[in-house]
Design a protein around this ligand. Structure first.
Ligand SMILES: *[C@@H]1O[C@H](CO)[C@@H](O)[C@H](O)[C@H]1NC(C)=O
Ligand SMILES: *[C@@H]1O[C@H](CO)[C@@H](O)[C@H](O)[C@H]1NC(C)=O
Ligand SMILES: *[C@@H]1O[C@H](CO)[C@@H](O)[C@H](O)[C@H]1NC(C)=O
Ligand SMILES: *[C@@H]1O[C@H](CO)[C@@H](O)[C@H](O)[C@H]1NC(C)=O
Ligand SMILES: *[C@@H]1O[C@H](CO)[C@@H](O)[C@H](O)[C@H]1NC(C)=O
Ligand SMILES: *[C@@H]1O[C@H](CO)[C@@H](O)[C@H](O)[C@H]1NC(C)=O
Length: 401
């Protein structure tokens, strides 16, 4: 017995420091891995925020009024590695009351009235070679705060304006909007076709473990309704095989369902995406998961069911059951179509930008872009990113003194 013990102790005790170090490294790696995939340890954003972006800015006294009829916007970067956005922006500028032009020809930099950069495609080594004082450099970003990596202040005082779905951006660019439409024909409710909708709910989800933990809610709902999840996280392996990936499913197939779970992947303020807007275009009632401050006040009234408008999930489920089983109640969610038209677009703010460039504006620069991004309501559930952010913040604070 003692011999046995001694034999093993010889091996273990002699190298115990190595074993210990090895064990610690291994368990740290495993913990990081599990946390990254399954978000074990929550950490939170500041949840302190302001209604405007003034406190992140330095505003100068000088005012600029450009003196020409047509303004030129230069796209300096790609948009998710593609130049496709140039065509989309051109299309959207054609609908504006003022005249604006877009180009990606860098040779026209001196002539340009504004330069646009997409956050995800920024490259510090590839900035414009010179600055024209009157030419605002605009940061365009559609990502929620939870997905912003690194410390944005590494960019320094570079950007003058922001353009995003956040209402406190210089240029508000939501994922969609609606317009008064006195010309709309009265809704033909036969087209809503309640009776044709034999299935309960569908969802399209590609990010399985997210900051909003959608799966917990979907799991609860699936105890009461038939829920079909499409996309990479589908247990039933239901694929998005419609040729237009944006829609995932054939529009006819979508109209077989009564509801779409248009759950966002995070609870960031103002964060309402095309999941909601495309549901409106697809004639299906979106069920959303908007927490406080997430509804930016620019969504269509009575067009959705928000589970967080109820005291608890059971009351929400009871209400959804009522809507599910009551044709006139179901149809009432389409009443808005009598007077409004919904538009889903990632480039919704370009007429606002064009107007702005035609008005006199103050010179300004973002002095604390990091805070502009991270003063938010959404939780960030990831040890890895959290630690990385702290190291980054520490380095920044200590190196930039
Ligand atoms: C604007 O430009 C026009 C012609 O280029 C000029 O006549 C006019 O004085 C300018 N206005 C201002 C305020 O600079
Ligand atoms: C639509 O028009 C009505 C009255 O004309 C107005 O009260 C409302 O604010 C308008 N809504 C939008 C989104 O323009
Ligand atoms: C209802 O479903 C039937 C059979 O799938 C289809 O022919 C019809 O066009 C649908 N009606 C509407 C209004 O979508
Ligand atoms: C949910 O809320 C309702 C009414 O506010 C209450 O009667 C019910 O007990 C609650 N259910 C749960 C599970 O908390
Ligand atoms: C269906 O909903 C309507 C309101 O849209 C309500 O007046 C009616 O009583 C409901 N019918 C049933 C059977 O619950
Ligand atoms: C943009 O910011 C820079 C400071 O980096 C400043 O010199 C310039 O005047 C600003 N331009 C505008 C249009 O605000």
């Amino acid at each position: 017995m003692t011999k046995w013990f001694q034999h093993y102790c010889n091996i273990f005790c002699r190298y115990k420091t190595y074993y210990l170090v090895f064990a610690i490294i291994m368990s740290t790696i495993i913990l990081f891995y599990l946390d990254k995939s399954y978000t074990l340890i929550p950490s939170f954003a500041t949840s302190q925020f302001y209604d405007t972006d003034d406190q992140y800015l330095e505003i100068y006294d000088d005012t600029v009024l450009l003196n020409k009829t047509k303004r030129l916007v230069l796209l300096w970067t790609t948009f998710f590695k593609s130049m496709y956005w140039e065509r989309e922006i051109r299309k959207s500028l054609m609908t504006c009351s003022e005249q604006c032009e877009v180009t990606s020809d860098r040779k026209r930099q001196r002539e340009a009235d504004a330069i646009l950069f997409h956050h995800g495609d920024l490259n510090k080594k590839d900035l414009p070679p010179f600055r024209v004082i009157k030419q605002p450099w605009i940061l365009f970003t559609l990502e929620p705060t939870t997905l912003i990596q690194g410390n944005m202040n590494w960019w320094g005082r570079i950007f003058n304006w922001t353009m995003s779905y956040r209402t406190y951006s210089t240029i508000f660019n939501p994922y969609g909007y609606y317009v008064n439409n006195s010309n709309v024909k009265p809704v033909e409710y036969s087209k809503i076709a309640y009776k044709n909708r034999t299935k309960d709910m569908m969802a399209v989800i590609s990010r399985c473990h997210d900051d909003a933990r959608r799966y917990k809610i979907i799991h609860e709902l699936s105890k009461h309704f038939q829920v079909d999840v499409y996309g990479q996280c589908s247990r039933k392996k239901l694929k998005c095989d419609y040729h237009d990936k944006f829609y995932c499913l054939d529009p006819k197939e979508i109209k077989r369902y009564k509801f779409r779970l248009a759950f966002e992947n995070g609870y960031c303020r103002d964060y309402v995406t095309e999941k909601y807007w495309s549901s409106l275009l697809q004639d299906i009632i979106p069920i959303v998961n908007w927490k406080e401050h997430q509804n930016n006040g620019h969504v269509v009234p009575n067009s959705y069911i928000n589970i967080y408008d109820f005291t608890n999930l059971s009351t929400a489920i009871q209400y959804i059951k009522n809507v599910n089983n009551n044709e006139s109640l179901y149809d009432s969610f389409f009443e808005w179509k009598r007077s409004y038209k919904a538009v889903s677009s990632m480039y919704s703010g370009f007429c606002r930008l064009c107007d702005r460039l035609h008005q006199p504006f103050h010179l300004q620069v973002y002095k604390d872009l990091e805070k502009w991004f991270k003063d938010d309501t959404c939780g960030k559930y990831n040890l890895f990113d959290g630690v990385f952010r702290h190291i980054d913040r520490y380095l920044f604070n200590n190196l930039h003194r």
